[in-house]
Structure formats: C-alpha cells, structure tokens
Design a protein around this ligand. Sequence first.
Ligand SMILES: [Zn+2]
Length: 91
Amino acid sequence: MSAIEHIGKFTIDDFGRLVIPGKLRTLLNWELGSKIDMYYADGNTAILQLAKEESELTLCAVCEEADGTIMVKGVFICNDCVNNVAKFKTL
Ligand SMILES: [Zn+2]
C-alpha cells in the first residue's frame, strides 16, 4: 500500500449515511451509482472497495479460470491450481 492521504473529516448524518466526497471518488475513479464493498478491519478501521462484478468474484485468483472454482480463505481458486499447489508443496 502506498502513502495514505487524509481527504477530510466527514459526519455521518442522522440516517446513518456518509457522503463519499467528490475528490475521493475522482481519485478512486468511482462513478455515481458504483457498488461499494465495505469491510470491517479492526476496532476503528473500515475498508471501502469498489465491488467486483459477480462474474469476477468466482474467477480463479491464480489463472482466472471460471470453471470448478472453490473458495479458500475468501479467495476463489480452481481445482487445477489447487492440484498444482499441492504438487509444489511436496517437492
Ligand atoms: Zn486456477
């Protein structure tokens, strides 16, 4: 991760909403209507990330194959790559 830039201080409104400022949207190339994934990181930190398309989510993280993927610790990987890792591990 590169340097962290403070964008500003913003207030969560009475309805629990938080506006993502234009400067940050521009830096991140997020467009209005973009879907954002939110992650809880620790006691005081959250991570916002542009959501991937559903089709991207199930591609193998190693070879980007779409068929036969399984999720391992939150990452999709295909059976061929699982087998290749298993072979590598025994060398
Ligand atoms: Zn693969």
